[in-house]
Design a protein around this ligand. Structure first.
Ligand SMILES: Cc1ncc(COP(=O)(O)O)c(C=O)c1O
Length: 400
């Protein structure tokens, strides 16, 4: 089935794009709004920057905050999750001997960010291993808190993990951390649009995300949510006026509105992306349809290569993004051959000695894309090793 909205995406004709999870593309109605903002900037920069930019920033921020179920005063718009995470890492009070806890499924750049913050402070980065296979969300919570000590000051984890596409039980982790007086920073780029969110109820200290992934806003749009107790510490990575015309910022987010002359039109387009997926398509519909395709991908891949996944087949564990084990082998080579020989963009990941493929399903994808993937994999895996499709579903070395 082809979704009626598929025509809104103008994907290059030579590509089967199954990697929205790495770099999302925006649909035409959203790009049109983005172009209008870019035109306004290019046509009369003074009018744009001095009169139009701030009200539009505030409107975009308020629309996003309302949709996320967070207070406007707790949200600042930023280019992406990486910038937001670095704002937190720069501000979080760490002392020698403190510990920051992450899981072994975190995005590599996030781990690097916290490694740097920990070494600057003489703190320690501790990694909790998520067990395999998983049956119950409590197993994740238990694994994380088994690695916590009285020195743990902060837990940083993905709402939906990047390599393994697992939905982690964010509310339960945050609740347990609150009981123990540990702060929580959730790395959420994959959760935005894939999951309904209420940041106030979630009760985390920080939430960082990009809107250019599943929400399909233009590249260069993201945000930082911070609970009120942290506001006085947070500053942008680059200091500038904060507001235009310059006034002394009274609230933390005011430092983030004007961060030097730059093209921030992607941020102003966030409301158009929320409107597109939420009203034109409908959130339930977006989630159900893209999950159904991801489920189909999971089933077909597991059946063909006799694998088993590490979670039950349940929307509580994965949404529009799914990672499935393949026979072990050279992951970068397979990813390259899928693109060069078949025009398929899809990440193939090598956690330790295993090999996984991660399938992103957005509204421009359909079963025909999965057919192309299955045929391509059949050919490429056959070339590699015609008789030895041995699966190791539980990697020996789980350094994801
Ligand atoms: C879990 C996770 N966190 C953070 C990021 C960084 O996102 P960005 O490059 O948009 O800042 C990514 C990107 O893929 C990710 O998957």
């Amino acid at each position: 089935m082809v979704f009626p909205w598929a025509r809104d995406w103008q994907l290059r004709a030579d590509t089967v794009y199954l990697n929205h999870g790495s770099f999302g593309l925006a649909p035409q109605p959203v790009l049109e709004v983005h172009r209008k903002w870019q035109h306004a900037l290019a046509g009369q920069p003074m009018d744009f920057f001095v009169r139009r930019y701030e009200p539009a920033w505030l409107e975009a921020r308020d629309t996003l905050a309302a949709w996320l179920g967070g207070e406007s005063d707790c949200v600042a718009l930023l280019e992406n999750a990486t910038v937001a995470m670095n704002v937190v890492a720069q501000a979080f009070p760490l002392q020698s001997g403190d510990e920051v806890l992450v899981t072994d499924h975190e995005y590599g750049a996030v781990v690097r960010t916290w490694q740097a913050a920990c070494s600057a402070a003489g703190a320690r980065l501790v990694t909790a291993e998520i067990p395999w296979p998983l049956h119950d969300a409590d197993e994740v919570v238990e694994a994380i808190f088994r690695a916590a000590t009285e020195r743990t000051r902060l837990i940083v984890f993905s709402h939906i993990t990047s390599p393994s596409a697992l939905i982690l039980p964010a509310a339960a982790i945050a609740a347990e951390a609150r009981k123990r007086g540990i702060a929580v920073c959730i790395d959420g780029p994959h959760a935005i649009a894939q999951l309904p969110l209420n940041l106030t109820e979630l009760g985390c200290d920080f939430y960082t995300a990009s809107c250019h992934k599943w929400l399909s806003a233009p590249i260069g749009s993201g945000f930082l949510y911070a609970a009120p107790k942290w506001h006085s510490r947070l500053l942008p990575l680059v200091t500038s006026w904060g507001r235009i015309p310059p006034t002394e910022p009274q609230r933390w987010w005011e430092w983030f509105v004007w961060r030097g002359t730059r093209d921030a039109t992607a941020l102003l387009t966030i409301p158009a992306a929320i409107e597109y997926l939420g009203e034109r398509v409908g959130w339930d519909r977006f989630r159900q349809e893209t999950h159904a395709l991801a489920q189909q991908a999971r089933e077909r891949l597991l059946e063909r290569w006799c694998g088993t996944c590490w979670t039950p087949d349940d929307p509580a564990w994965y949404g529009s993004l799914v990672t499935v084990p393949l026979p072990p082998g050279d992951a970068p080579s397979l990813q390259r051959r899928l693109w060069e020989h078949h025009g398929i963009e899809i990440p193939v990941i090598a956690p330790g000695s295993a090999r996984w493929i991660r399938v992103s399903c957005h509204l421009y994808n359909d079963a025909a894309d999965l057919d192309r993937l299955m045929i391509a994999l059949e050919r490429e895996l056959n070339e590699e090793s015609p008789h030895s499709w041995q699966l190791s579903t539980v990697p020996e070395d789980r350094d994801v």
